[in-house]
Every structure is written in C-alpha cells, then in structure tokens.
Design a protein around this ligand. Structure first.
Ligand SMILES: NC(=O)C1=CN([C@@H]2O[C@H](COP(=O)(O)OP(=O)(O)OC[C@H]3O[C@@H](n4cnc5c(N)ncnc54)[C@H](O)[C@@H]3O)[C@@H](O)[C@H]2O)C=CC1
Ligand SMILES: O=C(O)C1=N[C@H](C(=O)O)C[C@H](O)C1
Length: 251
C-alpha cells in the first residue's frame, strides 16, 4: 500500500484525488497538508510540514509555490519523494527543485494527463517538419476563473518541449497587445483566456503560408490530472534522488 501525504488536500484538485483514492486498494492518503488545516476527509490535516509526524512513502502536491522549500526540506529529511504538480513556479523555484532533486526524488509536471503528455511528443514531431517550412507557432490556453497563474504551466511545458527541438533559440511572446513591432521570426506566442469553469484547454497552432495545423487538448474533468498524479505517486514511491518526468511514468 503506497502511503501518500497530499499537500493542498482541501483544494479543488486535493478533493478529486481524495475521492479517487477512497476505492484504491494500492494507495491511501495518510495525511493532508493545507493552509486552512481543516480535517474533513477521514485523515489528519496539518497546516505545514513542521507539524506532520506520519510515516509516508510519497508526497503529492497540488497547492501553491509558497512553502515549496519546506516541502523539499521535509522530503529530503524523511526520504519521501515528491510528485510536484503545482504550477506558477518562478525561475528560482525551478532551480530549487533541480537542486533538491539531488537528494530526493522529485517528479515535476505541469500536466498529469495522458493526453497532454502524448501531445508533447506530437508537437515536437510537427515542429521538426513545419519550422523548416517557415510555419509560425502560437499557443492558446483557456482555464476557469479561479486559476491564479497565467500562462498555464502546461502552455509553458508545451512551449519548452517545442523550443527543445529548436535548440532553445525561440523566445516567448506573452502580451501581443502592447507590441507595435510585427511578429518576430523566432518567437512562440502564448495567450491565456480565463472564464467560468473551463477545466483546461490547450491549442498549439502552426501557421504557414495558406495552411494552418492545430493540435488541441481539452480536459473535461479534473479526474484526468488526478489519475495521472496517483499513477506518478505509485511509480515514485521507493525511488531514489533524481528529477523525474511524466514520460518516465507513461511511455
Ligand atoms: N499538474 C497538473 O496536472 C495540474 C496542476 N494544477 C495546479 O495545482 C495547483 C492547485 O490547483 P487547485 O486545486 O485548482 O487550486 P485550489 O486553490 O483549489 O487549491 C489549493 C489548495 O492548496 C492550499 N494551499 C495553498 N498554499 C498552500 C501552502 N503554502 N501550504 C499548504 N497548503 C496550501 C489551499 O488552502 C487550497 O486548499 C495549481 O498550481 C494548479 O495550477 C491543477 C490541475 C492539474
Ligand atoms: O489550474 C488548473 O486548473 C490547471 N493547471 C495546470 C496548468 O497550469 O497547466 C494544468 C491544467 O491545465 C489545469
């Protein structure tokens, strides 16, 4: 049985994971960490890791970048690897994750769904062909009105995957409305829409002369992310230090 500490347990994703694990025979939540500290799901909830005294195999984090350092410190000290699903991380946060992973296993992914992780490979293959034929690349993402970070972590993940194929030569253009200059050649445009209860939509648009190819992923429920996170937690439990990705879990 994989014993999980769920950080952000009282949030939207925390609740979906909690419900999914009720009937899971291979994994269970042994404690939650949440700023509001309210226990409502049959497991203890602590306001921070400094109060958490349970025996666990893995941490799943869907919360906020605040307190990231404390979580990594806890993981290193207790030898508990971390599935880091939270987005909106700064450059400094990402460097901290990279450094931290030298002492504890950390799997970081801005999107745990099978669909987006398949899309990453498809857009890389498309980029190789289409950029050589002078196509421009734009990414459009849409999310619910409660989302605090923009652009989404997934939009950045897609852009990074594309840019990897392009030897990291492209820059990201986030706000075209302030631009007077025309579109740059080596740039990836990234645009965000926020409204209602949209779970998560990502479009990668390859626009060439007289033809356009669009790749689109739509999440219809948060369960697609929760299932991926649980799968990742089962994979990561017992693993040693290192920086892992979803591609290590779903080939
Ligand atoms: N990687 C993925 O597949 C996905 C990632 N996310 C990301 O997960 C995060 C959470 O998303 P939601 O559940 O929608 O947000 P939410 O706002 O509904 O829930 C966040 C929860 O974390 C708690 N929290 C915030 N800061 C905390 C801290 N420093 N320590 C302990 N608890 C803290 C809040 O009290 C709240 O209960 C966001 O960054 C979001 O972008 C969301 C969906 C999928
Ligand atoms: O906050 C969300 O809801 C989501 N966040 C992730 C992101 O920033 O990409 C993943 C998913 O799209 C839902």
């Amino acid at each position: 049985m994989t014993k999980i500490i769920l950080r952000g347990c009282n949030g939207k994703m925390g609740q979906v994971i909690t419900e999914l694990l009720v009937n899971d025979e291979q994994a269970q939540i042994v404690a939650g960490i949440d700023l509001n500290g309210i226990a409502k799901n049959g497991y203890p909830v602590f306001k921070s890791f400094s109060h958490c005294n349970v025996d666990a195999d893995v941490i799943i984090d869907f919360s906020s970048p605040k307190g990231l350092e404390d979580m990594i410190f806890y993981g290193q000290n207790k030898n508990v690897p971390i599935v880091l699903c939270t987005t909106g991380l700064s450059e400094e946060d990402i460097a901290m994750v990279s450094e931290g992973s030298k002492k504890v296993g950390i799997l970081r992914s801005a999107n745990m769904s099978l669909g987006i992780n398949t899309l990453l490979k498809l857009v890389q293959a498309a980029t190789k062909v289409l950029v050589a034929a002078d196509f421009d690349i734009e990414i459009l993402e849409k999310h619910h009105n409660q989302k605090v970070d923009a652009p989404s972590g997934t939009a950045l993940l897609l852009a990074d995957a594309i840019n990897e194929v392009l030897n990291k030569e492209y820059t990201y253009q986030y706000d075209r409305s302030k631009e007077l200059a025309p579109r740059g050649k080596k740039e990836i445009g990234i645009s965000a829409v926020r409204g209602g209860t949209i779970v998560g939509e990502h479009e990668v648009i390859f626009a060439g002369t007289d033809e356009v190819i669009e790749f689109k992923h739509t999440a219809y429920s948060k369960a697609v992310f929760a299932k991926g996170a649980i799968q990742a937690a089962k994979f990561l439990a017992g693993k040693g230090p290192g920086l892992y990705q979803m591609s290590d879990v779903i080939e």
